[in-house]
Design a protein around this ligand. Structure first.
Ligand code: ADP
Ligand code: ZN
Length: 430
């Protein structure tokens, strides 16, 4: 049941002491990097801190700090000790790069193996990794962990959907790593190949993540493929996948606290938030040798669950990610997140597999359009007039503005190659 029982079920007191001793070592290592050396001198930091709370004496590290000290300003080891480089996807601007020593890769793979094992996947499984191989961490990150578990790994990579399905059928893939939006897109391809994903392939477990998705979307994916889908959270700055992962309870993702120190802060006041209250996630690496990062502001919004998980693991659980602070839209003076729209849309069985939010300026006003595909083609889209009104009303009660709903035939809304693009903002900037 556990990959590393002792660590996964460690009592909280011991876990906190382990964190403190690893934090001290991390600060010592950080002190040797050009960036933190200067910072620690400026603030006169004594790295032998007495409690975890003292981490709050250290300023946050932001994506911008990483960008400004590109490429080697955060290195804590000589370059010849580095064996791998990865980078972020660059969803919100110039990509940041992260370097790993051999030991770092081994520790990261171990966290991924721990996560995979937790979901019930075992060495007998055949694992197809449809994430991008290369600089993106979803490919190689999962790959190394899956090999550690001993699964047969098929590094199929992204794209070529018909071939993905053929591979699933030829090699009896049982476990898959897939973007939630791509899991949806692939359903169209199953359909055009006249195949039934519930019957014609043997998938039993999916790891879905790398982009925000709603509980409703997970349920649809699980039903469409007749498999269990587990939420997987990570970011390249904290290695990549294997930061937090769902256990079989599927109520939150265990954050591997032996390797990451997590804080939740109010993104405006920067005050710490108690467990159970939503805020921005801030992470510190506790076990990385090549490139320690302290108090990294992720801009991701979520909360920590309170209470013990019935699975027996003591590491705290993270709620579903609501989105990034940058994803928040202000429309007609009202704040909203794309995932709120998704949650509503997914409740309509007539709705298909893609949607997009489009914002325009009409006169001096914001106008919000929600473009939605229907599940089954219609000869005349007017058949769906009633549906349109019902969607608009349901969305109004969730986001407090009334969007214009535009319905499309299945497949009509453009699909992104990588992470889904849910918002197109064409508003005139003042
Ligand atoms: P980028 O930040 O450029 O997209 P990454 O590839 O490092 O680069 O992606 C990490 C980000 O992806 C996270 O900070 C988060 O915003 C998003 N993400 C990763 N996993 C999840 C998940 N399970 N749910 C929601 N968002 C996720
Ligand atoms: Zn659990």
């Amino acid at each position: 049941m556990y990959w590393e029982e002792k660590i996964e079920t460690m009592d909280i007191g011991t876990l906190r002491s382990l964190q403190l001793s690893r934090l001290r070592k991390t600060l010592e290592r950080a002190k040797t990097t050009p960036y933190y050396k200067k910072l620690f001198e400026e603030i006169g930091l004594d790295t032998d801190i007495k409690s975890l709370a003292h981490i709050r004496d250290i300023p946050f590290t932001t994506k911008n700090d990483l960008r400004e000290n590109y490429p080697y300003g955060f290195l804590a080891v000589p370059k010849e000790k580095i064996v791998r480089m990865h980078s972020s996807s660059g969803t919100t601007g110039r990509a940041t790069v992260i370097f790993h020593t051999r030991e770092d890769i081994d520790n990261w793979s171990n966290l991924v193996a721990r996560s995979i094992y937790m979901t019930g996947a075992r060495s007998e499984d055949v694992f197809q990794n449809t994430m991008g191989y290369g600089l993106f961490t979803g490919g190689l990150g999962l790959h190394y962990g899956a090999e550690k578990v001993g699964m047969m790994v098929i590094p199929s990579g992204t794209g070529n959907s018909v071939r993905q399905i053929n591979i699933m059928r030829d090699f009896d893939t049982t476990v898959i790593h897939i973007l939630p939006s791509y899991a949806f897109r692939l359903l169209d391809v199953f359909e055009s190949e006249s195949l039934d994903p519930r019957k014609d392939v043997k998938l039993r477990i999916a790891f879905i993540g790398a982009e925000p998705h709603s509980e409703e979307m997970r349920k649809k994916i699980e039903e469409s493929y007749d498999m269990d889908a587990f939420n997987s959270y990570g970011l390249s700055e904290m290695n990549g996948p294997g930061v937090a992962f769902e256990c079989p309870e599927k109520k939150g993702m265990h954050v591997w606290e032996d390797s990451y120190l997590i804080e939740v802060i109010n993104p405006k006041t920067l005050e710490p938030m108690p467990d159970g209250v939503e805020g921005e996630l801030v992470f510190t690496t506790l076990n990385r040798k090549g490139m320690p990062i302290i108090r990294y502001r992720t801009r991701d919004l979520a909360s920590l669950y309170t209470g013990k998980c019935p699975c027996g693991r003591s590491h705290r659980r993270l709620s579903r990610i609501k989105g990034r602070t940058d994803d928040m839209l202000i429309v007609k003076g009202v704040n909203m997140f794309p995932i709120q729209v998704e949650t509503v849309l997914m409740k309509f069985p007539e709705i298909g597999r893609n949607y997009q939010i489009r914002l325009e300026t009409k006169g001096h006003m914001d106008e919000i359009y929600v473009e939605v595909e229907v599940l089954y083609p219609a000869d005349d889209m007017r058949e769906y007039e009633g549906l349109k009104n019902r969607i608009a009303a349901a969305l109004h009660s969730e986001i407090l503005v009334t969007p214009k709903i535009i319905l499309h035939q299945p497949g009509a809304i453009p699909r992104a190659e990588g992470k889904a693009v849910r918002v197109v903002d064409n508003r005139v900037k003042e």
